[in-house]
Design a protein around this ligand. Structure first.
Ligand code: TMP
Length: 212
């Protein structure tokens, strides 16, 4: 058992901001503090979540925005109940690549390729509280940079959300900045448009201040 209480950290931001690299940094700094880590990615990290992830991100199927929102919610519910709660109950630290904030942001932003209406953020927070059984992260880190810069950094085929284009992603970025405050009691915006070592140093400072 570590000297530190378990902590649940979520990391969010638009596609291309360097989340994977920085999650590895957070993992290292938590391990150095003696935490045992459960790392998850949303959507995914459960048997049902993995199937829902491919339905949501890889499939060519068109779906209503409310259907999309509820499938992301269902995936997260499974991840919480099968993986996150058991890990926290064992005193482990949980590090989540995205969480409810992502649904509130992505599913509330309308886009030209989809004729049906986006869902209001307030409704998504409410539905999310139900789906999550009230579980919220202790800390949410938002990696932020202009969408145009983030798009330049994506070096793989775009997924269903990314293929909506740079204007869509810039709106998503602004919605992240608006909605971050409701994600957790402790939140931080990290400037991700800096050399990766500087981004890592900024993140380490926030994580240390929260755990001290
Ligand atoms: P990732 O590549 O960072 O794992 O994110 C997967 C994609 O899914 C990304 O484009 C954001 C999108 N997404 C939503 O639209 N709603 C959600 O609730 C989540 C978790 C992700």
């Amino acid at each position: 058992m570590s000297d530190h209480p378990s902590i649940f950290i979520s990391v969010d931001g638009i596609d291309g901001v360097g989340k994977s690299t920085q999650i590895a940094t957070i993992r290292d700094s938590l391990e150095q503090k003696g935490c045992s880590i459960e790392q998850v990615r949303d959507p995914g990290s459960s048997a049902i979540g993995t199937r829902l992830r491919s339905l949501l991100l890889e499939s060519e199927l068109q779906m209503h925005r409310r259907t999309e929102a509820m499938l992301f919610m269902a995936s997260r519910c499974e991840m919480i109940e099968t993986t996150i709660r058991p890990a926290l109950a064992e005193g482990r630290c949980v590090l989540s690549d995205r969480f409810l904030l992502s649904t509130v942001v992505y599913q509330s932003v309308g886009d030209a390729s989809c004729s049906n209406e986006a869902v209001a953020p307030e409704m998504l927070w409410e539905l999310g509280a139900l789906a999550n059984g009230g579980l919220r992260p202790d800390l949410t880190l938002l990696l932020d940079m202009p969408a145009s810069r983030a798009m330049e950094r994506i070096d793989r085929p775009a997924d269903r959300m990314e293929s909506r284009g740079v204007e869509y992603l810039e709106t998503v970025r602004r919605r992240f900045l608006d909605q971050l405050q409701y994600s957790s009691d402790r939140t931080a915006v990290i400037n991700a448009d800096q050399p990766p070592e500087k981004v890592s140093a900024d993140i380490r400072e926030v994580v240390s201040s929260v755990m001290s």
